[in-house]
Design a protein. Structure first.
Length: 478
């Protein structure tokens, strides 16, 4: 067997320094892929961390490898294509994987700098490709041969996620990775989601399936996280979908005392949290400090039109439950939900504060390839039929569609307004953090003191300013 030299690249964050200075996560997909081929030499280049690469330096780097593999979200396609062009210029084969090429495989037909794409889960396909197996026999692979593109049949999902090798955490430097300046790492415990939210890529990528690693495997994976990491982000899109499993993970976190070593953040659904007070209590005891929840909107009709599938009566219950248990709520919202006007969106901004959310993040409605929303948007003319992601410089941060009620400019204006309304409202912040602060009054929030020094050292104002910067960068870059 020939030992190959492979370079796996994570392209830079399209929003530039603002967002990257607040959060920087390890490139888990690439660490996983590297774990499948210990027989080859794999290097990882995370361009969010190493910003010293110009064209010349990149060319010199690429020359040292037999193959370059790049992860690709829609927002990074332009960058990925540029990297592939550079690699092809010096004769290095290119391989691209991730959400964008999976949900728009025709990207290989349109971009002749891309030699191969891996559709769907990459681990087995990548290993087979490097083993020298004939390309035409590799499921999930699309490739170019003699100027013609072939799309092999798709690969079935991996049945048992416990059989995946561990991510090669040793291939990157731990230090740059942080969430709000707390040394952080990512861990994946399940794949997919069974819900049908219209705008979501995850239910399309995983065809509404849901598979899990066993709680025992999750614990083993946590033991492999590099020393000094304090915060673990479970990247699963719906961590709490199987309550029994969550309860078992919690038991093990307490038993192994990993809840003393780490604090945990996960993504979950509003209704799952509201409906399961015993689970939230157990998660608090196990070290969970923040839930990242996709509220999307506080208008029921808009939620219904987006197939979000939760009802607004759950919101206050969910947030109170989290706060009673010392868990912060990071709310994520879509600006431009179908069926929402400017005034209705502004009502949502007010409710973000009335409901006492701890952090918010807003994203413009985006027609990601393959989603139900995109099909509807094309049909109704809310987006160009032949939208070229490779031409979009600032990713989806700049609105690229309109809705029946909002123009792209309205969406852009509302995005900036959302951050100002939440993070620049001094009265709200003083009331929240000083006068009525659960951080002082609720003993379950004692954990925040551990991080208070770092947070204040970097400065809450600096944090707010950086959020403003995200808004500026996101909308001013073209
Ligand atoms: C964690 C995360 C982040 C982290 C970054 C993590 C990192 N450094 O890797 C943060 C918070 C920074 C982030 C930011 C953003 N994210 Co994000 N993120 C995720 C999340 C929740 C998990 C990613 C992950 O680690 N998964 C686990 C790994 C193992 O799976 P994977 O990445 O899919 O990789 C597998 C395959 O795709 C494939 N593969 C992937 N890359 C490659 C490369 C090669 C060469 C090969 C062969 C195979 C391959 O093989 C892997 C193993 O099976 C996903 C949702 C999801 N379920 O994946 C969203 C997701 C990927 N993010 C998304 C988006 C939109 C963004 C943002 C644009 C959001 C925003 N407005 O800020 C930014 C842009 C970031 C950027 N760099 O451009 C979308 C992407 C949609 C799309 N069509 O592009 C997703 C799908 C969320 C969603 N529900 O829509 N994100
Ligand atoms: S619940 Fe979350 S991950 Fe599941 S389909 Fe809806 S948005 Fe996607």
């Amino acid at each position: 067997m020939i030992k190959l030299k492979i370079l796996l690249i994570y392209p830079p964050f399209p929003f530039g320094r603002g967002m990257a200075s607040i959060m920087c996560s390890p490139p888990l997909a690439l660490l996983n892929l590297a774990g499948t081929v210990p027989e080859h030499n794999v290097d990882i280049l995370d361009l969010n961390v190493d910003k010293s690469y110009g064209i010349k330096k990149m060319e010199e780097k690429l020359r040292k490898y037999d193959l370059v593999g790049i992860t690709c979200m829609s927002a990074t396609l332009r960058m990925v294509v540029n990297l592939c062009k550079l690699a092809k210029k010096i004769g290095i084969p290119t391989l691209v994987g991730g959400f964008h090429p999976t949900l728009d495989p025709n990207v290989i037909d349109k971009q002749d700098s891309i030699d191969m794409i891996v559709r769907g889960e990459g681990e087995i396909t990548f290993k087979e490709l490097l083993s020298g197996k004939p390309k035409k026999e590799i499921l999930g692979l699309s490739y170019r041969e003699n100027g013609k593109v072939y799309h092999n049949p798709e690969r079935p999902f991996i049945k048992n996620l416990d059989e995946l090798p561990f991510p090669r955490n040793d291939l990157v430097n731990r230090k740059p990775y942080q969430y709000l300046w707390i040394p952080a790492w990512n861990c994946e415990t399940s794949r997919g989601c069974t819900f049908t939210c219209k705008f979501c890529c995850v239910n399309q990528f995983y065809k509404r399936s849901y598979r899990t690693k066993t709680p025992e495997r999750v614990i083993k994976e946590l033991y492999q996280i590099p020393p000094k990491v304090k915060l673990v982000f479970f990247v699963d899109d719906n961590f709490t979908l199987n309550k029994k499993r969550v309860m078992r993970i919690c038991k093990l976190l307490q038993k192994t005392r990993l809840n003393k070593k780490f604090v945990f953040v996960c993504q979950a659904r509003v209704d799952d949290i509201a409906n399961n007070p015993d689970m939230v209590e157990e998660m608090h005891k196990s070290g969970f400090i923040c839930f990242f929840l996709g509220f999307e909107s506080f208008k029921q009709m808009a939620l219904n039109r987006m197939n979000k599938g939760y009802s607004l009566d759950k919101v206050q219950k969910c947030i109170n439950l989290c706060h009673d248990n010392g868990i912060m709520v990071f709310g994520s919202f879509i600006i431009g939900n179908i069926g929402e006007t400017k005034e209705e969106t502004r009502k949502t901004f007010k409710l973000m504060k009335d409901f006492n959310l701890d952090f918010i993040m807003t994203m413009p409605i985006t027609p990601f390839p393959g989603t139900e929303l995109t099909a509807e948007a094309i049909e109704k003319g809310w987006v160009e039929k032949d939208l070229k992601w490779e031409n979009i410089k600032s990713g989806e941060s700049k609105p690229i569609m309109h809705t029946p009620d909002l123009t792209a400019d309205d969406i852009q204006e509302l995005l900036s307004e959302s951050y100002r309304s939440f993070y620049n409202d001094t009265k709200f912040l003083i009331r929240k953090y000083l006068l009525k602060s659960q951080f002082f009054s609720n003993p379950n929030f004692k954990w925040t003191r551990k991080f208070a020094y770092k947070f204040f050292k970097n400065g809450i104002t600096k944090f707010v300013m950086r959020l403003d910067k995200i808004v500026d960068e996101a909308y001013l870059t073209t």
